[in-house]
Design a protein around this ligand. Structure first.
Ligand code: A3P
Length: 289
């Protein structure tokens, strides 16, 4: 069997931990049968890398900065999560060019993707910030069991025993596509540092020509401040659904917050494992180095 549900409710599929509301049969069907189309645009991230920010940006690029859609339609409908029960249902019934999101590691992604011309934007982030962001997020989310203490979460993260598995494996898997024409590698850090030019890069990749004033609107409506204050439906509906006001997709929105949370010892342990696991990559690939 390719999945196991533990006594404590944890769900593991192909050796990867998933939120326990996910269905193994859907995950299996995605890998084996889901048809990726040439005109699909797919946002791929390891959780907590800035997924919702990128979804907002892409939605706004498609609407040329008009906020009407992001103000009325939740992110999970605009860019459904393929592996979620709702997202999968939406995508099976959707016609025309699709835009969807996934956190799946590459080995679980639809096999049909590899012979398609679908466009993938892969967004990466300093794994130290991913760890801290995930700790605060998953702690509030009942569908993934998360320890109270950062030290315990830290150990699980480095072992890959967290939702969607090891960050290192996720990166290794998806970066194998990085020479492909239809693959755009972006980082949270460059998006934060050079938001405008990175948005322009996304426009070019998606073959969307926006006027400078339309780019201004994209930047305005996808800013951290706007996304937080606006309490966009994605955020709000998640809070309502889980009845937890501490849940948010817009916590702090900065780079380097790990420095406020890691002890010196944790930083050293992380560095050592990072160096071992990331050996062989050109450092300039990763802006946090
Ligand atoms: P922090 O927890 O470090 O604040 P995801 O959408 O993949 O779950 O990622 C969530 C992270 O992206 C959170 O990081 C969140 O604050 C950050 N984020 C969301 N919207 C953002 C925005 N407009 N600008 C900068 N960061 C944003």
């Amino acid at each position: 069997t390719d999945f196991i549900i533990m006594a404590d409710g944890e769900m593991w599929f192909e050796g990867i931990l998933f939120p326990n509301v996910f269905k193994p049969e859907i995950l299996r069907d995605i890998g084996d049968n889901f048809v990726v189309k040439n005109d699909d645009t797919i946002i791929v991230t390891y959780p907590k890398s800035g997924t919702n920010w990128l979804i907002e940006i892409v939605s706004l690029i498609y609407s040329k900065g008009d906020p009407q859609q992001i103000q009325t339609e939740p992110a999970w409908e605009r860019s459904p999560w393929i592996e979620s029960n709702i997202g999968y249902e939406i995508l099976l019934n959707q016609c025309g060019p699709r835009n969807y999101t996934t956190h799946l590691p590459i080995q679980l992604f639809p096999k049909t993707f590899f012979s398609s011309k679908a466009k993938v934007i892969y967004l990466i982030r300093n794994p130290r910030d991913v760890l801290v962001s995930g700790y605060f997020f998953f702690k509030e989310l009942s569908i993934v069991k998360t320890p109270d203490k950062l030290q315990e979460y830290f150990e699980l993260f480095l072992k890959g025993s967290v939702a969607y598995g090891s960050w290192f494996e996720h990166i290794r898997g998806w970066l194998s596509m990085r020479e492909k024409k239809d693959f755009l590698l972006l980082s949270y850090e460059e998006l934060k540092e050079n938001t405008r030019s990175t948005v322009e890069k996304i426009c070019e990749f998606l073959e969307k020509k926006l006027k400078p004033e339309e780019i201004d609107l994209v930047l305005k409506y996808s800013s951290f401040k706007y996304m937080k204050e606006n309490q966009l439906s994605s955020n709000k509906q998640m809070i309502d659904h889980f009845k937890n006001k501490n849940l948010t997709f817009t916590r702090k929105g900065v780079t380097g917050d790990w420095k406020n949370h890691f002890t010196v010892a944790q930083a050293e342990v992380f560095d050592k494992i990072y160096r071992e696991r990331m050996a062989g990559y050109p450092p300039k690939l990763f802006p946090w180095e």
